[in-house]
Design a protein around this ligand. Sequence first.
Ligand code: ZN
Length: 267
Amino acid sequence: MKLSVIKYLVIFSVLSISAHERNDGEGHATYLGNEAVMIVSGEQKIIFDPFFHNSFGQYTLVPEAIREKLFNNTAPYDDIDLVLITHAHEDHFDAKDMIQFLLANTASQLIAPSQAIEQMRAHKGFSKIESRIQGISLNDKVKIKKLSIAEMEIDAYRIPHSGWPERHSEVEHIVYRTALNDDAVVMHLGDSSTEVILFQPHFSSFKQKSSHLAFVPFWFELVPSILTKHLNAKKSIGIHVPTVVPDYVKQGNFDYFSKPEESRAIH
Ligand SMILES: [Zn+2]
């Protein structure tokens, strides 16, 4: 076969695979590092906690090659409709990167805790992207906020950070349930505490809509009753797993992400 024909066939098959992936309506989740996950469903694409620099010596950083694709709007990390931030800890969030991304990707929007937005305000370029940002402030009185952005339904829940109440109680920490195309409903629990009492105010909301997939810090998988009884999620994937996967995680009876670019079907 002529080289040009082979080239054509290769290009054609690559194009048809990516077209199929984008339109199959079933959706998939791709792991980027620590708690960073990209969800694709039909034409919609979102990313949780993608930009950060501190591994605390043990967590997986997002590889530079993926970061470059995000900043340069290059497939498969292109056309991101929405970025969601759970909290402004250094292994989840970097204000400068977030601004750089929004400046380069002018159709992308951001939902983040107000604390994260305040960090961004100090950086150059903030005024240019401000109109595409939704800051969320939840507290003991207002524990849930419903948003509709880029034809997605988003529920933001106040559930304090792991360590509550002794540690990190000052951190604005948000759990998200996001419905894409009415077809892929995913939860992201950030660094949630596992105290059931903190989930209690949201039980009725969780009950109203089941999630296909919940991304949970791996310590949640050790207390599965919370998942099965209350989150109303059909399956879960552990995240925030150390780069050197502990034996008790490897031997546990649950799925987890540990290598960037690993992928799972939503359904
Ligand atoms: Zn944290």
